[in-house]
Design a protein around this ligand. Structure first.
Ligand code: ATP
Length: 140
């Protein structure tokens, strides 16, 4: 557990890996019903997350990881995010994300009768967020 009252311990976990385990000062996520800022000593909380970056501040510096939905639990200064996919900016393959964006856009433009629109929109959203995070926070 993080030291009482001073920092938050942030864990971001996917089916494949523990992407992040850091002590941080502030966390900003997008829940399904709006943005949530978490500071130390926040009340216990469970929230469903949107496909949106998770921003965190540490030692006066802001960083972020992508988060592809899932949920977040806040309890006793420990913040646990369980998500189907998450990447640090430097781990994002931007060309792959651009290809994914093009595929999703083409599918949505086709208006095929059997199109799973929710799935295509989620894929597009993941790709756009990855491109954005890699460009703004990646070491390019
Ligand atoms: P794609 O169509 O490129 O596979 P996707 O949105 O369908 O993208 P996901 O199902 O969200 O991919 O993720 C599958 C796995 O691949 C996850 O481990 C995720 O972190 C990783 N991943 C997906 N896209 C990228 C990317 N552009 N760069 C790095 N890792 C990625």
């Amino acid at each position: 557990m993080a030291e009482a009252g001073k920092t938050l311990h942030l864990e971001v976990i996917t089916p494949d890996a523990a992407v992040l385990h850091e002590d941080v000062d502030f966390i900003l996520v997008r829940a399904l019903d709006g943005d949530l800022g978490i500071m130390p000593n926040h009340a216990p909380l469970i929230a469903s997350l949107s496909i949106w970056p998770l921003y965190y501040d540490k030692d006066g510096k802001r960083d972020c990881v992508t988060v592809a939905g899932g949920f977040m639990e806040v309890h006793s200064n420990v913040v646990t995010v369980i998500t189907p996919a998450s990447e640090k900016p430097e781990d994002i393959d931007i060309d792959r994300a651009i290809e994914s964006e093009k595929r999703a856009e083409a599918l949505l433009a086709e208006h095929a009768a059997n199109l799973d629109e929710t799935r295509a929109r989620a894929s597009l959203e993941r790709a756009l967020r990855r491109i954005d995070v890699a460009r703004k926070y990646g070491k390019h």
